[in-house]
Write a protein that binds this ligand. Structure first.
Ligand code: SAM
Ligand code: SF4
Length: 385
């Protein structure tokens, strides 16, 4: 369903309503113009530049405007729940989308209403020439926001270049503040590099810096408060992410899911925690946002398992090997790489993206948690988290 005609028309009465009390002189000319403008919009008499207003609804009336792009399935870490121990990429070089191919897909996706792209992976910073690629992405008309999720290992080295390329908002994944535990969960990662990366990003001016913590019973549930306390002095947003049954995480690796309700209780028992923006509460994508009393930063809760947020899901995922995945917890994917390499036109590509949007599942298949591995067989590293 495309609202190109109706949305601008519907917005005029609002504009007039806002202006009226301030200056009555506007009322007469505008009231004369209104019916004409509305008719023009509804029947498309005149051509407007709608590029900033286009958006597409899926079959469940959700506006889909956010694309997560996995630029590689390779990684310099091997997190136990995300990447197989051997760590080797299962996707051959020629099967990974080239930057040119990704740019073409994003260009077309913007025409369907995508306004925000998050670069992820695997580890995006291990892919060569990522910064040059970001400069090219920035040139896409209509793309308003480019963000990045990283494990932070290479952040110190890349912070400045990323900032110069126009990235302002980053997410850094960090599951433990204890060097040995961090080494264990990442199978060899060096915590001090991540900390230096975050400090550098902070000093350069990235804002907000969001720190993703996947909470696992028996691994880091004893660190919830330590993470939360970081927000007292720093404007970070600490995001507690419920452990999801994806790929290797569904295969029983000794760690267990922990509900964000428990996370809330733990923090609240230390210091009162309140929803940002009062009772309605601020949301940030799927995250519900809270603040500890007296804190500078925020706490985000991403509770895919305990508090389903499918109703407000606005995203698509492009896998490193060129498949569009409309739901993280469903293995249904639409192959874009094959038609792309067989020379499809932009409008054919656009039709495929629209098909993926339309067919986005209304609800995630949380049942795959029970059936273990029956669904969600890909690891996060190849889907893009
Ligand atoms: N390498 C980058 C990183 O670690 O931030 C980007 C890719 S990683 C797949 C993106 C996010 O997915 C990370 O925050 C990671 O912790 C999260 N993730 C991976 N597997 C997960 C799982 N089974 N449940 C919840 N989050 C998961
Ligand atoms: Fe790599 Fe990120 Fe997966 Fe860890 S979570 S293995 S850092 S892709």
């Amino acid at each position: 369903m495309n609202f190109q005609g109706i949305l601008p028309a519907a917005s005029y009465p609002l504009v007039i309503w806002v202006r009226m009390p301030r200056d009555n002189r506007f009322w007469f000319p505008i009231s004369c113009l209104l019916p004409r403008i509305m008719l023009e919009n509804l029947f498309n008499f005149r051509k407007y530049d709608y590029s900033k207003l286009v958006f597409m609804l899926d079959n469940h009336n959700r506006a889909i405007n956010y694309l997560r792009v996995s630029v590689t399935d390779r990684c310099n870490l091997r997190c136990i729940y995300c990447m197989p121990k051997e760590g080797l990429s299962l996707i051959g070089h020629k099967d990974i989308l080239s930057y040119e191919e990704i740019l073409r897909i994003v260009n077309v996706a913007v025409k369907t209403g995508i306004v925000k792209v998050r670069l992820t992976g695997g580890e995006p910073l291990v892919r060569r020439s990522l910064v040059d690629f970001i400069y090219s992405l920035k040139k896409i008309d209509g793309l308003k926001d480019i963000t990045l999720t990283t494990n932070g290992i290479l952040l110190e080295r890349f912070s400045e270049k990323l900032f110069q390329a126009g990235i302002r908002r980053i997410n850094v994944s960090l599951d433990s503040l204890n060097a040995q535990k961090y080494r264990n969960i990442t199978r060899g990662g060096d915590l001090s590099k991540v900390i230096r990366g975050i400090k550098k990003a902070d000093s350069i001016g990235f804002s907000p810096i969001k720190i993703n913590v996947v909470t696992m019973k028996g691994f880091n549930d004893d660190e919830i408060l330590d993470f939360a306390k970081l927000t007292m002095k720093k404007p970070y947003q600490i995001r507690f992410i419920e452990y999801m049954p994806i790929g290797d995480a569904a295969s029983g690796n000794g760690f267990d899911y922990l509900s964000n309700d428990v996370v809330m209780e733990r923090i609240h028992s230390f210091v009162p925690i309140e929803p940002v923006n009062g009772h309605i509460g601020k949301t940030d994508g799927p995250a519900r946002i809270y603040k500890m009393r007296g804190a500078v930063g925020e706490i985000g809760l991403i509770s895919a398992m305990s508090h389903e947020f499918c109703e407000s899901c606005n995203r698509l995922r492009l896998t490193a090997d060129g498949h569009l995945r409309a739901c993280l917890l469903s293995d249904d994917e639409l192959d874009l790489k094959t038609p792309l390499r067989e020379g499809c036109s932009d409008s054919e590509l656009e039709d495929l993206i629209k098909e993926a949007i339309r067919n986005k599942p209304g609800r995630a298949n949380i049942d795959c948690y029970e059936t273990q591995r029956k669904k969600c067989v890909r690891n996060m590293s190849s889907i893009g988290g």
